[in-house]
Design a protein around this ligand. Structure first.
Ligand SMILES: [Zn+2]
Length: 269
């Protein structure tokens, strides 16, 4: 598969009517979950083809690893909604959106079964109890299979190679915190970015915290919640050193919890 004329070829493609104008020099890649079920992704892709959906994304990656495109990469898709990143609102104007088929939050009902928001029964082996970075208590979330994750990595590598103006990969929950929870805590964002940005096969980059107390935040900005504190001398592994003043790292907080979080990179040596 390759990107030719802003399309994945060879590949499944149907044009969604839910699009804006030309997308020129995108700088952001936004990851989503579809909150949809089904074995394949076509249900969600078909949904994006309906005008009344008033929503779309550039590509949808199914649970089986299938990749479906409904908006060419040089056209604005309607995936971000009300959103802000680094002070710029309306992220649809400068981002490419990737939807991944996944239910998102699950619940255990009184009958002991694990269910989606639509009440569909979900295999409990696919549910992980995790705390969303923008929340304070645990929930069940559908996990992402390795087959699907590798398909997302492959399509992301193609997108990053074709659109080198993209310098950051974020979640919908980074650009619309509080309003959106996707791709959620079950999505291994750190490992995904490392794999997709081509760093996966290189030695980890370890750095040391120089500030006496360095805030670990849920996103790259002062408006994101503080998840905890890294104390001076703590070794952290850099997952993604963004072109801006923030780096995404994994490490152990002062309270002993291992987290993936964002820090101001001027306090790393
Ligand atoms: Zn989303």
């Amino acid at each position: 598969m390759q990107i030719v004329d802003h399309r994945l070829k060879p590949g499944w493609y149907k044009p969604s009517p839910n699009v804006g104008g030309a997308l020129v020099r995108p700088t952001l890649l936004v990851m989503h979950f579809t909150a949809g079920g089904g074995a394949g992704p076509k249900g969600v892709a078909d949904y994006f083809l309906r005008p009344e959906a008033k929503a779309s994304a550039h590509v949808v990656v199914g649970r089986d690893g299938g990749v479906l495109q409904v908006v060419p990469f040089n056209v604005k898709a309607w995936h971000a909604g009300r959103s802000v990143w680094r002070g710029r609102s309306n992220c649809n104007d400068f981002s490419i959106g990737v939807e991944i088929d996944n239910w998102g939050r699950l619940t255990r009902t009184a009958d002991g079964l694990v269910r989606s928001w639509t009440n569909a029964v979900v295999d409990p082996g696919k549910a992980a109890e995790l705390t969303h970075k923008n929340e304070t208590s645990r929930s069940l979330w559908e996990t992402y299979d390795e087959t699907q994750l590798q398909a997302v990595v492959r399509v992301t590598r193609l997108i990053l190679a074709a659109y080198p103006s993209i310098t950051e990969i974020v979640g919908h929950d980074d650009i619309a915190p509080g309003r959106k929870t996707d791709p959620g805590p079950a999505f291994p964002m750190g490992r995904f970015v490392a794999l997709a940005a081509g760093r996966g096969d290189r030695a980890p980059i370890t750095r040391r915290v120089t500030a006496s107390r360095l805030n670990a935040r849920g996103g790259a900005g002062l408006d994101f919640d503080v998840l905890g504190v890294f104390t001076q001398g703590t070794q952290v592994e850099v997952i993604y050193d963004s072109p801006g003043p923030w780096a995404q790292v994994t490490g152990r907080l002062s309270d002993g919890a291992e987290v993936t979080a964002w820090v101001a990179d001027q306090y790393l040596a």
